[in-house]
Write a protein that binds this ligand. Sequence first.
Ligand code: ZN
Ligand code: CU
Length: 496
Amino acid sequence: MDLVIRGATVYDGTGGPPCLADVGVSGGTIAAVGDLTREAGATEVAATGLALAPGFIDVHSHDDFAVFLTPEMDFKVAQGVTTTVVGNCGLGAAPHEAAQRYLPFFGADAHRDRLPAWTTYADYLDAVDRHPPSLNVAVLVGHGTLRFDVMGNDRRPPSDRELAGMLDTLAAGLDAGCIGYSSGLVYEPGRYSQTDELVTLAQEMAQSGGVYASHMRNEGDGLLDAVAETIRIGADGGVPVQISHHKASGRSAWGLVHDSLALIERARSRGVDVTADQYPYTAGSTALFAVLQNHEERAHGVGDVEWERITLASAPRHPEWERRSIADLAAELHADPVEAARAVVDAEGYGAVVVMETMNEDDVRTVMGHPSTMIGSDGIPTFGGKPHPRLYGTFPRVLGHYARDAGVFTLAEAIRRMTAMPAAKFGLAGRGAIEPGAAADLVLFDPATIDDTGTYDEPRRYPAGVTAVWVGGTRVMHDGAHTGERPGRALRRARD
Ligand code: ZN
Ligand code: CU
């Protein structure tokens, strides 16, 4: 044994009651759980009074570039996250040319020289292994990137040849070990696709068991139609479905989550494997470009727009705009808010990222309490600015604020939603569990104090209460500080 964590309250990820046990680790794998005797040479960690859980799986991330640009990934591992699922919302890492368009969104334009070279998904996965970050990386193929690669931002269905090109790239990605594909149907170019295109791509995955994860076409008044479309893609494609960041956005949509959850339940009872993920805040965050485009084209995909509740999180060329609302900037410019938003987009392009206060607290709790919901941060790892605090705080906030303090669910159930449940859904074999033979991805925390500590003004704060984090048996966080270790690797799914 290399490591024994002694006397912790062990939550094994299944959602059942915890037990007091020692956990022994050998060669990156959990070797034993129980009453373990001392062994010469094993590192002992005293954990009495602390909770030990499988490392958290962030099923909804945008860490595709961050794993190379900030390989210690401190904003994730400090939360206890040991695996990040990249490639969400249709924004994929390959083909590289098409993917590079997203660099400004992450404020990473100036850092493109620091990225390793890759072209395909296979190259991307290899690059993760050659330049390992501190946590594991599982990869979704991005529909928007596939589509842009073959047909740019054209507002039409693909030709047969273009569709064949998208299918080839998807198949190659799945062969390389990608775990599914994602769409972002409020964003260019995903929003120009129709349901049958998405079904055809899903059918390509039916053999492999890949997941279809979608940022749906509408999270406002049209939420229910969007959920129905998503379920149809899963049913007709013969694949499991993941609704990304399940929410009702904008006042006129508040309360619709009761109906969207009912649609999920009905589909599940028909045998469609549909689940969702959620970040635990009433504000969202995205590119101002997309908000403005949905507003101007009356697509309402992001819900009702209230400009006084939309605040700039990052504006690399105009940091003085950060934390100011669009309505406030408009007053200063003597412009109407739409003109002001357009001026900001003209100045910053995709670099203008906003935080939008659009959700209702009751809805957040209703979605969280439902057994179809797992946890995903949707954090946008921007270089500068003031990112939405979900980037640093999602998992501790669910465990502290929502499980312990608000009683939305038990701690054991909260942990299941961030460990065993996502591991099963996304085909991450041997992860998300504390049992002999599982990977030694572990988080040790104080259940009495764990919580998010960030705010919208000061989002870059590590959470409270996370004592230690191990990835593959190597310690990456030690009493609130990163150890500098980078034991992560690419997790590839066998295509069966
Ligand atoms: Zn999204
Ligand atoms: Cu996202």
